[in-house]
Design a protein around this ligand. Structure first.
Ligand code: LLP
Length: 436
């Protein structure tokens, strides 16, 4: 089916058509594809910097706070280094992410170690590397961290992550603040947990942490959550526990579907109203907001397959490169890399070659008609894109490119099939059987 509509236009100034091809800042994605092959991820350093400044300015206007980039959104060392160069700390959820943050130059004291379950090895890592704050979500982790820290003669700053039972109103798979979610300690039980923490050696339970979910465009749910956190802090202080830090998590969304941008002034206004009088140092853990819009996934059309009821644009990228569409019904705007010559649009499903019906990047999408060999950019893919990649169907992980002005650099090599297959071992007893 062909329809006529407005030609799609990029939504950010960092991505624009230059000489007929979509460019990331000063670098043509067409040229990049020639050089590095497809599929690949490309990130704009300037867009990451712009988003960071937007966030940092909003926080500064409210009196300041520490921004610890949630590394899980995009943990490439160069991306972390871009943000830490601007003054960001890091929010990490595993030893691996902590090592990445340290390797990218983040100071240990500027790292918050969050996460729903930590192994003893990870807690030892946090203690031995002087991680600034460990956010705990269970009494078991609290007891172990206390033992590990006390045995080494150090005291760790601890945040207790509370679950405020607030509906973030986002997709079920990325809402974390409801009572039925696995995250945090029920806010009603928090005073007892803090009281226990206060008796343990090696622990300074100085922080309350909260994160209600991800991709919030409406700031209202924060109001309810932060109000509850504020009441908890007052209650704890009355009970003699001196809370000095608040970790307000992340969750600010981006307009994947062209919605209004999140109102950061509204966000910080809510914070000022609900917890501003407590005199606590504030920490923020934005992930998606800082990096989502900066990234595109570039892929090549392998085939245009006309089915009985649908047309499939088969790509060399798949759910293995970007799982968000199939996992969360997520929408990523798609642009042709070569500028469309006409305003004709065709309704297609954009799919990958993986043997799964769920392997799609977009369904029922109006795109300029494309031929095999054409390139597309799946936009707003800088957050939870590359990091959620898999090698299913023995597909190597794609390369990542960082662009700054007219300069670009491969910040992650394409995984080789040799490296991927080479991790496997055939046991000797099987090899022997092969010889018999
Ligand atoms: N802090 C904590 C404790 C978190 O669990 C998260 C995200 C963040 C901060 C950062 O949230 P953000 O600012 O990026 O919304 N894979 C999903 C998103 C999962 C988010 C998990 N936690 C997606 O692709 O939408």
């Amino acid at each position: 089916m062909f329809i006529r509509k407005r030609i799609q236009v990029p939504i950010n100034t960092e991505y624009s058509y230059r000489d007929g091809a979509l460019a990331c800042e000063g670098v043509s994605l067409y040229d990049l594809a020639e050089q590095v092959g497809t599929p690949f991820y490309c990130y704009s350093a300037s867009l990451i910097q712009r988003q960071y400044r937007l966030f940092a300015d909003a926080v500064a206007a409210m009196g300041g706070g520490k921004i610890c980039y949630a590394v899980k959104a995009n943990s490439n060392l160069a991306v972390i280094a871009t943000l830490s160069g601007l003054g960001a700390g890091a929010d990490v959820v595993s030893e691996g992410e902590a090592r990445r943050a340290l390797a990218a130059g983040v100071k240990p004291g500027d790292i918050v170690f969050s996460g729903v379950g930590k192994t003893e090895r990870e807690l030892i890592f946090a203690v031995e590397h002087g991680i600034g704050q460990v956010n705990l979500e269970s009494e078991r982790d609290l007891e172990i961290l206390s033992a590990v820290a006390a045995a080494r003669g150090v005291t760790m700053r601890v945040g207790i992550r509370v679950n405020p039972d607030i509906d973030a109103g986002t997709h079920a798979k990325i809402s974390t603040g409801k009572a039925e979610n696995k995250f945090g300690i029920d806010i009603g039980r928090a005073p007892a947990v803090f009281a226990r923490a206060a008796t343990l050696p090696g622990i300074d339970p100085a922080a309350v942490a909260v994160h209600i979910g991800s991709q919030l465009l409406d700031m209202t749910p924060y109001e309810g959550a932060f109000k509850r956190v504020g009441s908890l802090v007052r209650q704890l202080r009355e009970g003699g526990i001196s809370i000095r830090h608040l970790d307000l998590g992340g969750g600010i969304g981006v307009p994947y579907r062209g919605e209004a941008k999140p109102d950061l002034a509204d966000y910080v206004g809510i914070i000022a109203r609900t917890v501003g009088d407590l005199g606590c140092d504030l920490t923020f853990e934005p992930g998606r907001f800082l990096v989502a819009e900066a990234g595109v996934l570039v892929s090549r059309v392998i085939d245009v397959k006309r089915g009985a009821t649908k047309t499939f644009l088969v790509q060399d990228a798949a759910m293995t490169e970007l799982i968000r569409p199939t996992l969360y019904e997520a929408y990523h705007p798609i642009l042709p890399v070569e500028q469309a010559q006409s305003s004709a649009l065709e309704i297609v499903d954009v799919v990958g070659p993986v043997c799964e019906t769920g392997d799609f990047l977009a369904t029922d999408r109006a795109l300029t008609p494309l031929r095999p060999g054409a390139l597309i950019a799946i936009t707003m893919a800088g957050a939870y894109g590359a990091v959620m990649g898999s090698t299913y169907n023995t597909r190597p992980l794609p390369p990542e490119i960082l662009v700054s002005g007219a300069t670009w650099s491969v910040i992650r090599e394409r995984q080789s099939l040799e490296a991927l297959i080479g991790l496997d071992r055939i046991p000797a007893w099987l090899e022997r059987r092969g010889i018999d």
